[in-house]
Design a protein around this ligand. Structure first.
Ligand code: DHB
Ligand code: FE
Length: 280
């Protein structure tokens, strides 16, 4: 049976990629953020997961405002990154795991989640930056990818409660997968940030710390808000916390232990956080 070895959660600000390209990791601005990663890299080197099930949001490479699936699951043999206009390198392609993707899709639909199935999919900075942070300088990504995209971009957004339920349905699907893979669950984006409008630059450490404090032991606490309240509390792009909530759901209803945590404000316009959880 497949085994979930842990959950890796991180912000995915494109500027992180710029800092990596320039070699700025140890500068005063970036060091407090990059200091969150040595424990993650050590843990990954020891645990050697085979597949990453990644909950993130597309920022326009696949879905634009005219067609916006609430939940979409990738079922491609491979996933390319593409130029998004941030001035970042185009990252290495990602090997998919179509058999596992189709198992998740089949199980989710039977579980009454009406997802969009994507046999072709590009992946953007929401996947490439977390991978680059986890496996810097790897000649090829040492892990296969199953991407799950959540609409955090355009109204109406799914509720935190629904995202936790989606994650738990993914957990149930993983429990009925016959392969022996070691699975890493990832949630990317957040924490609080707002990139446009009169509140551009808004961040909310109080809400961020509420989320971080409850993620491992009491994720239900994050589901008491409507999507509109999350946008109010976290900022209109901070709603990417929905990806974290779904990823926490995919770790199952059992207890989780926080292995490492880093919170630093700001990186670009974002309150940045990195967390590693392990099933208790
Ligand atoms: C920033 C943050 C994001 O999550 C994103 O997708 C793009 C930009 C930022 O803070 O610059
Ligand atoms: Fe984002």
């Amino acid at each position: 049976m497949a085994r979930i070895v842990g959950g890796y959660f991180t912000s995915h600000v494109p500027g992180i990629g710029g800092a990596i390209v320039r070699g700025d990791q140890d500068t005063p601005y970036w060091k407090p953020f990059f200091d969150g990663f040595p424990p993650i890299r050590q843990w990954l080197a020891a645990e050697k997961p085979d597949v990453a099930v990644v909950f993130s949001n597309d920022h326009g490479l696949n879905f634009f405002l005219d067609k916006m699936p609430t939940f979409a699951v990738g079922a491609a043999p491979s996933y390319d990154n593409a130029d998004e206009g941030w001035g970042l390198p185009v990252y290495k392609s990602f090997a998919g795991h179509p058999a596992l993707s189709w198992h998740l899709i089949d199980s989710l639909v039977r579980d009454e989640f009406d997802i969009t199935t994507c046999q072709t999919m590009l992946v953007d900075h929401a996947v490439s930056i977390p991978f680059e942070l986890a496996w810097p300088d790897a000649p090829s990504w040492p892990i296969k990818l199953v991407p799950i995209s959540i609409n955090t971009v355009q109204y109406p957004l799914p509720s935190p409660k629904r995202c936790l339920a989606l994650g738990r349905a993914v957990h149930r699907a993983l429990q009925t997968w016959s392969g022996a893979e070691r699975i890493l669950i990832c949630g990317t984006g957040g924490l609080s940030h707002q990139l446009d409008g009169p509140r551009a630059g808004f961040m909310n450490p109080e809400y961020d710390l509420f989320c971080l404090d409850n993620l491992a032991a009491n994720p239900e606490a994050l589901t008491n808000h409507t999507p509109e309240q999350v946008a109010q509390l976290a900022g209109t792009q901070g709603v990417e916390i929905l990806n974290w909530i779904a990823a926490r759901g995919a770790m199952g209803e059992g207890r989780c232990r926080q292995v490492s945590r880093n919170y630093h404000i700001p990186i670009s316009n974002t309150a940045a956080a990195t967390v590693l959880l392990q099933p208790a």
